[in-house]
Design a protein around this ligand. Structure first.
Ligand SMILES: Cc1cc2nc3c(=O)[nH]c(=O)nc-3n(C[C@H](O)[C@H](O)[C@H](O)COP(=O)(O)OP(=O)(O)OC[C@H]3O[C@@H](n4cnc5c(N)ncnc54)[C@H](O)[C@@H]3O)c2cc1C
Length: 595
């Protein structure tokens, strides 16, 4: 497949510093090729025809069926989207990978089973494996002959993954012996091959490839809130012998494996969340069309239209930022000369867009939980009982805010990574923040009165980014090296950055759709306008909190005046656009936009 064509290659986080004027430079779902749509249809049909009909058996923990479905997904090429043909994959681009993750999400718990192999086992081996490891394990994984798992978390070390206590001891013949226990491992009950992190000789955090026959035991199945059809157990290592050649990556560099895999996985989790939201909006819309109260379909009530309109608008923003990010990753990979079999370009690209991957994870999982909560509310009492899927979706999704780095950890990472890059000179954040400070201390300039479609929203998103710069720049200046201790401030700044990227991505996509006269582009404009309107209020509140927690007295008053100068966003009447979005979803019985 040809790589996704030519969006401008911004560096990670760079969108925050400069106006993005060219909506054509941004990849959107409307630019998907037939090949992207085809792999999406393959995944969709697999889920609809092969997984959803057997969901009850999966929820009864029929692991043989789970394994069989992994094999069938492999036969369709769904497991190996990211891996070149040399190793048994299908070697597609990251837009394809995103589309597949979206569609697989509708398979409920099977998505977790599938993802633990496709994302958490295949990807680390492809990115960090030796040629021999790739040749040995990838073909078996990519035919579904063996199933994978990823053993990072332990009872005492979840977020603090490097605090792992599982230990490896080097033997005289160069092999290793592992002792310890991993917790909450997806596919733990039946995985054949595990990527396991342990400390060699007490302090060298290292990744190992561990086959079950080496002596790995599984703990009992956890009784979980949701995802009942996926296996989650402890993995127990008691004097497990691992051959010398099964170190994955470099000794003492396990953190590189762990964190880079998470960059990939977070982006894909964001995609899975978007996929879940598309499905839930369809369910809510269909239910609202048929459920009658007071002599009318509940879909005719403004309160319900507001909910569905909001579900659509938030999902639209997530979808827009995901495709934009996939386009950036693909463009960067295409611009980096590399052999098809070489994973280093993908590794570098995901490292580059680690901030955007964290944004995708946090924004996606929180938008999905919002959508699923409203889906239950629209279902009323039927939303609370097991006869309808709304209840299961709600339970299944809750873990998305916990795994792949909790949303708190990801929120801390977003400003943290921006600051690190700024201090390294990789991102011109400090000069941009200084220039903004001068602008705010100078005489007010006349607001550039933009015209044309979405002109106000474009201006608003530029202001959002400046608010992010202002709050982050001021926090860096005030707290210096102690900024990491100011988690409350960092959380607010992360929220501003997340809303800025989401809003800008939505506006750029809606502008491109209008320019190209995409069918129902008017609804995309509605979705973007509603999102920007509400984001302005959230950003204003978050910025006030961040500023007041950073400075006081006259400096605070000056900063608040600056905030008022930046955020001159006049609220719009969102009733009509939300109603139009809701009516479209109800008439289609589906999320209106997904490609
Ligand atoms: C269904 C399921 C499947 C899973 N699958 C896997 C798997 O396949 N492989 C694997 O390795 N793990 C897996 N996990 C584990 C998961 O990754 C961890 O649960 C997660 O990383 C959080 O760790 P923890 O549970 O120890 O929470 P903790 O780290 O104890 O966090 C508790 C709370 O404190 C917050 N917190 C922690 N540290 C900080 C900090 N520095 N600053 C601010 N707040 C902080 C957290 O955000 C959270 O709100 C799975 C978990 C579940 C529930």
């Amino acid at each position: 497949m040809t790589p996704t064509s030519a969006p401008a290659i911004l560096r990670g986080g760079e969108w925050l510093l400069n106006p993005t004027t060219d909506s054509e430079a941004v990849f959107t779902p409307e630019r998907m090729t037939d090949e992207h749509r085809l792999i999406g249809q393959t995944a969709q049909q697999f889920v609809d025809n092969e997984v959803l009909p057997v969901l009850d058996r999966l929820e009864q923990k029929d692991w043989a069926l789970n394994r069989d479905l992994v094999k069938r997904s492999a036969a369709l090429g769904l497991l190996g989207v990211d891996v070149p043909e040399t190793y048994g994959g299908v070697g597609l681009d990251k837009v394809s990978s995103l589309v597949v993750s979206e569609r697989m999400a509708r398979s409920a718990s099977f998505g977790a089973t599938w993802g633990a192999t496709a994302n958490l086992t295949v990807i680390p081996i492809y990115l960090f494996g030796t040629e021999a490891q790739k040749r040995k394990y990838l073909p078996q994984l990519l035919t579904g002959e063996i199933v994978g798992a990823y053993g990072l978390s332990e009872t005492g070390s979840g977020s603090d993954a490097l605090g792992a206590r599982t230990r490896a001891t080097r033997q005289a013949d160069g092999s290793f012996v592992l002792n310890g226990e991993k917790m909450w491992i997806t596919n733990g009950g039946f995985a054949d091959l595990m990527v396991v992190f342990a400390k060699l000789d007490g302090d060298q955090f290292t990744a190992f490839l561990v086959e079950r026959p080496y002596g790995v035991k599984s703990g009992k199945e956890e009784h979980k809130m949701g995802l009942h059809g996926s296996s989650t157990t402890a993995l127990i290592f008691q004097d497990v012998h691992v051959p010398a050649e099964n170190v994955l990556g470099e000794i003492g560099k396990g953190h590189k494996v762990a964190f880079n895999v998470l960059n990939f996985a977070r982006f894909k989790l964001g995609a899975a969340c978007a996929g879940g939201a598309y499905g839930a909006i369809g369910e809510a819309a269909k239910y609202a069309a048929t459920r009658r109260q007071f002599g009318s379909a509940i879909a005719s009530f403004g309160a319900i239209k507001h909910k569905i309109g909001e579900m659509v608008s938030r999902t639209y923003a997530i979808e827009s930022l995901l495709y934009r990010t996939a386009g950036l990753v693909d463009a960067r990979m295409a611009a980096t000369p590399h052999a098809a079999s070489d994973g280093s370009a993908a590794l570098a690209a995901f490292e580059e867009y680690a901030v955007e991957a964290s944004i995708a994870k946090v924004a996606g999982s929180e938008a999905l939980d919002f959508v699923l909560d409203e889906n239950i509310q629209i279902h009323g009492g039927n939303g609370y009982v097991k006869d309808y899927a709304a209840e299961r979706h709600f339970r299944d999704a809750r873990v998305n805010r916990i795994f792949e780095g909790t949303n708190e950890i990801n929120r801390l990472l977003i400003p943290g990574m921006l600051v690190r890059r700024a201090l390294k000179g990789d991102l011109a954040l400090i000069p941009a923040a200084k220039a903004l400070q001068d602008e705010l201390l100078g005489p007010p300039s006349l607001p550039a009165s933009g015209d044309g479609l979405l002109a106000d929203e474009r201006q608003a998103t530029e202001a959002f980014k400046k608010v992010a710069l202002m709050t982050l720049g001021l926090a860096m200046q005030t707290f210096g090296e102690k900024l990491t201790d100011q988690q409350e401030v960092l959380m607010h700044i992360a929220d501003i950055v997340i809303d800025s990227y989401s809003a800008e991505s939505a506006v750029l996509r809606a502008s491109a759709a209008s320019a190209k006269r995409v069918p129902r582009a008017d609804l995309q404009v509605d979705a973007a306008r509603v999102f920007v309107n509400d984001a302005a209020m959230r950003i204003d509140a978050a910025a006030r909190q961040a500023l007041a927690a950073t400075v006081e007295g006259d400096t605070l008053r000056t900063m608040l005046a600056g905030l008022r100068r930046l955020l001159k966003v006049t609220p719009i009447n969102t009733v009509a656009p939300r109603r139009r979005l809701a009516d479209e979803a109800v008439s289609r019985g589906a999320y209106p936009f997904a490609g």
